[in-house]
Structures are given as structure tokens and as C-alpha cells.
Design a binder for this molecule. Structure first.
Ligand SMILES: Nc1nc2c(ncn2[C@@H]2O[C@H](COP(=O)(O)OP(=O)(O)OP(=O)(O)O)[C@@H](O)[C@H]2O)c(=O)[nH]1
Ligand SMILES: [Mg+2]
Length: 431
């Protein structure tokens, strides 16, 4: 993966007037510049232009490509960064013309992530995402992997350099997945014990830079890294609440979202994102002082939907109210509806937030009989280990019947599995 640190870069964004852009392209360009600076690259030239549509070979028209080549030479830059995703062949063709490295939006975000990951799991997740991205673009000879590992001796009989590279990458991907799975299972065990202890898990979600970590620090009296740049947080942290007036709550802070989140990242960050799945409540932190906040709220909602998290109850915390003209936050907040207006940095509106958390984190527990087909033994033992089973019977046909005491949301999720059904026959029998 390319490390853009300290490199001079020409940055490129193209507007396609025929395409309905999702948010103003000027604002998208501003966000893009922040990402580039955050990667540590130095912007030597900003190229912002219009084009009717992307070309398949180069993404850009020939004329534009020539102009960028000129800029590269004049500014002696070594890197061209696009605020678009490029196909591997577009990237290769452009590199051949520019005689410089080309980084697309996914590559850029991965580059930033690689500098931010601190925990063991975080580093593995980033490496996995990088390798998955790299494996589709591996077209040149020597890869950094081989140089690191001594190269030539690692080559298998009859393999071309490219085949060797691909083989090494696939090996590494497999080994990372294995390690991540192990830690994933360990986390599952931790989750089960939490679930038994009846602690409530509240997770922060939101667009990057919305103020999630600032709010987390306030609620848990912590000192996690919160700064004005994208993707300050990469590793998840979970801590117990430190404020009075809240039930026993664990808060979890994690990586922020961005529009067009690269799919490699979503897949590779399964361990982190699964933490969110375990949450009883989400606090969606919104930077209300951002002119594009509506677009960003929509982006976050879409991602939550994609990750199957939209069923979890959610509070919307409109943050950074101190930067706006908004007065009388208390009147605007409606804890029952799960909407609060706050300033995490200035500790304003937090009582309303606490009320909202107390109202919306109440789990609705229900008692129901279910029947499970014999082919699903893992589910039965999982329900036992979670302490959900009150009684067990077996039908004449050998189906397992379980009487559960379970949270409604959890029951709903359980019933979405094939082979599990509600069983009303036992209720009838009792009557
Ligand atoms: N004015 C003002 N600034 C805030 C407020 N809350 C957070 N900030 C600032 O916003 C910036 C981003 O805050 P973070 O808490 O790091 O945001 P985040 O959502 O955790 O961001 P990532 O981890 O990068 O996704 C920091 O500079 C904070 O000081 C607020 O209520 N008012
Ligand atoms: Mg953060």
C-alpha cells in the first residue's frame, strides 16, 4: 500500500453534471482535501473539473489527463489522488501516463486507516482491507511483501512474479482472517457474559468528526483521542458510564462513517462493526453546525441499514449546538422521541440525553415458547449459555421446544432463522 506521508500530491475531483450528485461537489471537495491532508500528503495542485461522464480506460478525458501530467511535472509531484474509485485498469493506465503513483478514494482512506490503527485487532483489520484492495490491483512485478520477506527465495516452482505475489497475499489474507476469527470468538464470549450481567450497551455511531469521542469522554470520564480531523478514532473502546442519573450502562465508541465507505473496509471491519450489533441502543451523533448534516445523517442511516443495525433503538444527538444560533436547547430536546440537542464539548443538554438513554434502553422482556428443528443444535446451546431458557420439552416428532425469557428484539432476530418458529401449542395445552 502506498504511504502518502510527506509526498507532494495533485488532487483530482470531477463533477458529472448529468449525474445527481449526492452532496454539493464543492463540499465533497472540501471533505476530500481534509482526507488528503489527514493522510499526511502535501497538496501541490487542486484539479477540480467537469466532465459529461467517466471514460472506461482513463476515467478522465485525454485532454484532462495531459493537463494533470503537466501539473505533475511543474510541481514535481509524485502522487495523484482521486476523489473517486478507479478500476484497477484505469489506475494502471493513468500511472503509465503520469509516471507517478495513483491513489483512488478507497486507497486514500485505507492509507489514513493504516496510520490510525493502534490495537492489534485494528491493525489486522486494516491490513486485511489493504490486502483485499491490493489483490485486485496487483499487476506490477515486485510487491512490497516480497521485498520485506526476502523475495526471490519465496517463489514457487514455475510461478511468475505476479503469481508469487498473489499467492503470498492470499496466504497472508487467510492467516489474518484466522487470527481475527479467534479474537472475534473471544469477543462473543465477553458479550455473553455482559448479556447475563444485564448491563446495557450503548454505542456511538455517526459521520466522522461529529463528536462521538468527545461525547464518549464526557459520559465515561475518559480521555480518548478527539480531534478535528477525519477518522481520529479507529479502535473501539468500551467503558462504564461515570455520570450519576444513569442506569448501569456501558458506552462504546468506535470508527466513524463516511459517504461511499469502501466495501473492503466494511468487510474487514467485521470485528469492530459486530460490537455495534451487540448494542442495546445507538446514539447517532450529528454535527448540527455542518451545512451538509442532512446528507450525512442520510449516509449514516444507509450504512446502518446495510449493516443490519437499523432495528436497534436509536437516539439522535444533535451536537455542536454551541456553534449555531440555536437557543433554548432544552425546549427543542424531546427525550421520549429520542431527539436531543447538545454540546458535548461544553457539557450542555446532557441531562436530556441521560433521560433519553434511560427511556430508550429499557429492554422489553417477553416469555415465549419456540420450536427448533433438530438440525439447529448450536442455537439451543447458545440460548442456554445466554441464560434464556426456562424449560425444555420435546415433541412427539422429536422437535425441541424451549420456553424462553428473552428480549423482544432478540426474539425477533432468533425467529428470522430458518427452522425456528413460535410454538403456541403449549399455551393452548395449559389453558
Ligand atoms: N464546538 C464544538 N466542537 C465539538 C463539540 N463536540 C466535538 N467537537 C469537536 O469536533 C472535533 C471532532 O470531535 P471527535 O469527538 O473527535 O469526533 P468523532 O466523531 O469521534 O470523530 P472520528 O473519531 O474522527 O470519527 C473535535 O475537534 C472536537 O473538539 C461540540 O459540542 N462543540
Ligand atoms: Mg472519534
Amino acid at each position: 500500500m502506498i504511504r502518502s506521508l510527506g509526498q507532494k500530491a495533485v488532487i483530482v475531483q470531477v463533477e458529472f453534471p448529468n449525474r445527481k450528485e449526492k452532496f454539493s461537489s464543492l463540499n465533497a471537495f472540501e471533505e476530500f482535501k481534509e482526507l488528503v491532508l489527514s493522510s499526511g500528503a502535501e497538496i501541490s495542485c487542486e484539479y477540480f473539473s467537469k466532465q459529461s461522464k467517466a471514460t472506461s480506460g482513463l476515467f478522465l478525458t485525454k485532454g484532462k489527463t495531459e493537463r494533470i501530467k503537466d501539473f505533475l511535472e511543474k510541481t514535481q509531484s509524485e502522487l495523484v489522488i482521486f476523489n473517486h474509485d478507479l478500476t484497477p485498469s484505469q489506475e494502471r493506465n493513468l500511472e503509465n501516463i503520469f509516471k507517478a503513483r495513483v491513489l483512488d478514494r478507497t486507497g486514500l482512506i485505507l492509507d489514513i486507516f493504516s496510520t490510525r490503527a493502534k490495537s492489534h485487532v485494528g491493525k489486522l483489520q486494516v491490513e486485511l482491507a489493504q490486502l483485499s484492495h491490493l489483490s485486485t490491483r496487483l499487476v506490477r512485478g515486485w510487491s512490497h511483501l516480497e521485498r520485506q520477506k526476502g523475495g526471490i527465495g519465496l517463489r514457487g516452482p514455475g510461478e511468475t512474479q505476479l503469481e508469487t505475489d498473489k499467492r503470498l497475499i492470499n496466504q497472508r489474507i487467510k492467516s489474518i482472517k484466522k487470527k481475527l476469527n479467534k479474537s472475534h470468538n473471544q469477543r462473543k464470549v465477553n458479550r455473553y457474559s455482559r448479556s447475563k450481567s444485564k448491563l446495557i450497551l450503548v454505542a456511538m455511531v455517526g459521520y466522522t468528526n461529529a463528536g462521538k469521542t468527545t461525547l464518549f469522554n464526557l459520559l465515561t470520564d475518559n480521555n480518548q483521542y478527539a480531534v478535528n480531523k477525519p477518522f481520529a478514532t479507529l479502535d473501539s473502546v468500551t467503558r462504564r458510564n461515570s455520570l450519576s442519573g444513569l442506569d448501569d450502562v456501558l458506552f462504546s465508541d468506535t470508527v466513524g462513517f463516511i459517504s461511499d465507505l469502501p466495501t473492503h473496509l466494511i468487510e474487514s471491519f467485521k470485528t469492530t462493526l459486530d460490537e455495534l450489533k451487540a448494542a442495546d441502543l445507538l446514539i447517532h451523533v450529528i454535527d448540527i453546525s455542518d451545512p451538509d448534516y442532512r446528507f450525512k445523517v442520510q449516509q449514516v442511516s444507509n450504512i446502518l441499514e446495510d449493516l443490519d443495525l437499523s432495528k436497534i433503538p436509536q437516539i439522535q444527538a444533535h451536537n455542536k449546538c454551541d456553534k449555531t444560533e440555536i437557543k433554548d436547547l432544552q425546549r427543542l430536546s424531546n427525550p421520549e422521541k429520542g431527539e436531543v440537542w447538545i454540546s458535548a464539548e461544553n457539557n450542555i443538554g446532557i441531562n436530556e440525553l441521560k433521560k433519553a438513554i434511560n427511556i430508550h434502553s429499557n429492554k422489553v422482556i417477553t416469555k415465549k415458547w419456540i420450536k427448533i428443528s433438530n438440525s439447529l443444535p448450536g442455537i439451543r446451546s447458545k440460548l442456554y449459555s445466554l441464560g434464556r431458557v426456562i424449560e425444555e420439552r420435546t415433541t412427539d416428532l422429536g422437535l425441541i421446544q424451549l420456553h424462553l425469557e428473552i428480549e423482544e428484539m432478540e426474539l425477533e432476530e432468533l425467529l428470522s432463522n430458518k427452522g425456528i418458529q413460535l410454538d403456541n401449542s403449549i399455551i393452548k395445552e395449559a389453558i
